[in-house]
Design a binder for this molecule. Structure first.
Ligand code: PDD
Length: 286
């Protein structure tokens, strides 16, 4: 069955979905994106993702290609046309096509691309069961990781470094020894006082939508949430650790660099946060 993409007003077969070579996303990585989880045909935390999309667009003075309601209609259509029940929807907006010039073009015609794909809920089962390894890399990104831009080269290099040593994720660590976040996820630890710790959103991290759902969950489960920076040494000493994102939800960590976490076993709190996740995420009825 062929996949269908939405590109600037048209639904086209995935294999024939192209943007112009003068698209500023292609030339300058001048664009923003969102990735949303789809569970049982519903987009998870759609409002949060669309609010963050508006934030990214406005921080970059980029035009929204359509109204929020029109965008939701297109997203639903892409999901339906690709028969996605469980999977992901990807949304990308760039500053559009213009002759190459670093400064913004005069027009406000942004480009938009939407794709959706099925992902079997079983695909990552063994990672949830056995936990993942994380490596650490130096923080070398620009000073605005709070904007969800497609300019992801340091993130790609970090993820590649992880893959090359058989790890799943790379954590950026700043020059004071604090863990910032993962290359495509937020970072969490649970210490021996059962405090669930994740970095405060001070502009140095992406304010994850999954992170927000987990925070609600922690509150509802009456567990101790602490929003503060934590060091790599604290993480290595932690009882449990995990990452969060729309594509991983709550993914337990059993190794950071060469240090086993929680005796190398998946922690009980991460397990229960994962099990309860969808009860606390906002499910959008589509
Ligand atoms: N990444 N931090 C970074 C750098 C990310 O790229 C992501 C998400 C997150 C978690 O955000 P959320 O919970 O809203 O997915 C944190 C997506 C999944 C990606 O790039 O594919």
């Amino acid at each position: 069955m062929s996949r269908i993409a939405y590109v600037n007003g048209q639904f086209v077969p995935h294999g024939e979905a192209f943007v112009h070579i003068d698209d500023r996303g292609y030339q300058f990585a001048d664009g923003v994106y969102e990735v949303c989880d789809i569970k049982n045909g519903q987009i998870i935390d759609l409002d949060g993702h669309l609010d963050r999309l508006n934030y990214s667009l406005s921080e970059l003075q980029m035009a929204h290609p359509m109204s929020r309601n029109a965008l939701i209609v297109k997203m639903k259509q892409v999901i339906k046309r690709n028969y996605v029940n469980n999977g992901l929807i990807y949304l990308q907006i760039t500053r559009g096509v213009a002759p190459r010039d670093h400064a913004f073009p005069n027009h406000k015609e942004s480009s938009i691309v939407l794709t959706a794909k099925s992902v079997s809920p079983l695909k990552k089962l063994s990672l949830y069961k056995n936990g993942i390894s994380v490596i650490t890399v130096e923080e070398n990104r620009w000073a605005r990781p709070d904007i969800k831009t497609i300019s992801l080269l340091p993130n790609c290099l970090a993820k590649q470094a992880a893959r090359e040593v058989g790890a799943y994720e790379a954590w950026f660590v700043d020059d004071e020894g604090y863990v910032v976040e993962g290359s495509s996820s937020n970072a969490w630890i649970i210490n021996n006082n059962n405090e669930i710790i994740t970095k405060n959103p001070d502009g140095s991290i992406l304010k994850g939508i999954t992170r927000a759902a987990i925070m609600k969950e922690i509150e509802a489960m009456q567990l101790a949430l602490v929003e503060r920076a934590f060091t790599l040494s604290e993480a290595i000493e932690a009882k449990e650790a995990f990452i969060s994102s729309a594509t991983t939800l709550v993914m337990p960590i059993v190794k950071i660099d060469n240090h086993a976490i929680g005796g190398g076993e998946v922690g009980e709190m991460a397990k229960s946060l994962l099990a309860e996740f969808y009860n606390f995420a906002q499910k959008t009825d589509i």
